[in-house]
Design a protein around this ligand. Structure first.
Ligand SMILES: [Zn+2]
Length: 94
């Protein structure tokens, strides 16, 4: 169980981690408020896809702005891809 934000490139120690059955509720000052399935947070697959994390953060932000707490599970890649900055903005900076 992580004691810091599980998102790649963040690992903020200021994040509040709360365990709920099979899930972890993360309140991170950088990434926002989200719930992640405990098994996903621990997988190498999740940790080894840093390119998608930016999209994932954008998704979490959008949900938080709508007063929702997103729940991340095995379909996280699809969500992250949908919110991924375009190839154009990647090439030429944000
Ligand atoms: Zn974070």
């Amino acid at each position: 169980m992580p004691d810091s934000c599980p998102l790649v490139g963040c690992q903020s120690k200021s994040a509040k981690i709360r365990r709920i059955p099979d899930n972890i509720h993360v309140t991170c000052p950088v990434c926002g408020d989200f719930v992640i399935v405990a098994t996903l947070a621990a997988t190498a697959d999740f940790r080894q896809d840093p390119d998608l994390i930016e999209g994932l953060r954008a998704y979490i932000r959008a949900e938080n702005e709508a007063d929702r707490v997103p729940s991340l599970n095995s379909s996280w890649k699809r969500l992250a891809e949908a919110y991924q900055p375009s190839a154009f903005s990647k090439l030429f900076g944000k």
